[in-house]
Design a protein around this ligand. Sequence first.
Ligand SMILES: [Zn+2]
Length: 207
Amino acid sequence: MKFLDFHHHKRGAAGIYNLDLNEETPSSRFSAGLHPKDISPSWKSDFEKIKKISLSENCLAIGECGIDGLIDIDEKLQNDIFQAHVSWAEEIRKPIIIHCVRRFSQILHYKNAKIPLIIHGFNKKETIAKELLDAGFFLSFGKAASDNLSLQKLIKDFPLQKMFLETDNADFDIAMLYEKVSAIKNISEEELSRQMWENLENVIYYG
Ligand SMILES: [Zn+2]
């Protein structure tokens, strides 16, 4: 069974490969965006490049991009650049993969965007998850879900139709996460897998 790895950094995995800035466009499915940590004085030309790359048929989503409260980059600039990604994603009708660290209230301002919004690597509190869910966001869970008990409790009640699983940049087999989460949700790995692929279809061919 091929498990969907929604957001990953290793070429060849089944899912959406997160393209690095300055990397060649791959022949497999990928996403393109300016990670907040990669924001530099030349961000405008970087973003123009991302716009061009993202028109490729293999580019399934815009991102990861977002707002990070723990890095030393002006937050107004981070927000403006995230806004630019959202507008572009709406224009080319592709979902957006969001990196968010401690700035969920700002990200929630984008809840009315006309594209699916997916927060990747979610490992925060249930109250935040609930707020995001109510606002229509999808959440993608990574390695933390394998051992973080409060996150597992959250996942137990979280709607299957609004979630994804991912390795991100952690080095482990996504099959382990499917095993864990299917046990938490008391469903078979096959059913979990099928639903994750269906969710991918739903965010790509939305509306
Ligand atoms: Zn990542």
